[in-house]
Structures are given as structure tokens and as C-alpha cells.
Design a protein. Sequence first.
Length: 89
Amino acid sequence: MGRIPKGRVSTYGDLAKYVGKPTAVRAVGNACNQNPFAPHVPCHRVVSSNGGLGGFAQGLPQKIKLLKKEGIRIQKNEIVDFESVRFRF
């Protein structure tokens, strides 16, 4: 998660593939949810594959606030121009 640059997002699936476990999408989500170092380890930059925000242990409003602070545009709980800000490892 720490390798996703500020102002970019990646998906739970992208992260699962990156760690060599492409079917472990739910495990990635669970790991993000248990991240005790957020936002320093930026799990808020991990989103759903359709550009939706997914979840966040500190609540969706906090995830939106953090992403917007990094320049990510969000409308109706979805990333605007998702593919243009998507980071692939």
C-alpha cells in the first residue's frame, strides 16, 4: 500500500496480483481494514475495481476526505476519471 503514489489509487485486485495472490482480493480488503498504521500506510488509496470507493475502517467520509486532499476527484462515492488515476504495479 505504501507504494501507491499520492494522488493515485489502486484496486484490491491490483494489490492482490502484486503480492502474488491474484484470488486473494478479500484478504487484501481485510488487511486494509486491519491496518493500524493508517493513513501513514495509505490503505485509503485502495479502491474497488469499478472505481467505487470500497470500504474504510475509519469510515467512508474519512476516506473521501483523505483522497480529496490528495487531488482525487470523487462523485457519488466513485472516483472520477478512474483509469487516469489508477496505479498499476
